[in-house]
Design a protein. Structure first.
Length: 23
């Protein structure tokens, strides 16, 4: 897909990483 989107990655426990990357 083109454009920008948000990728939400759930890690161990309550670890949450939100990445703003190009989809």
């Amino acid at each position: 897909n083109t454009g920008y989107g948000n990728k939400i990655i759930f890690g161990q426990g309550t670890k949450l990483q939100i990445h703003s990357s190009k989809c």
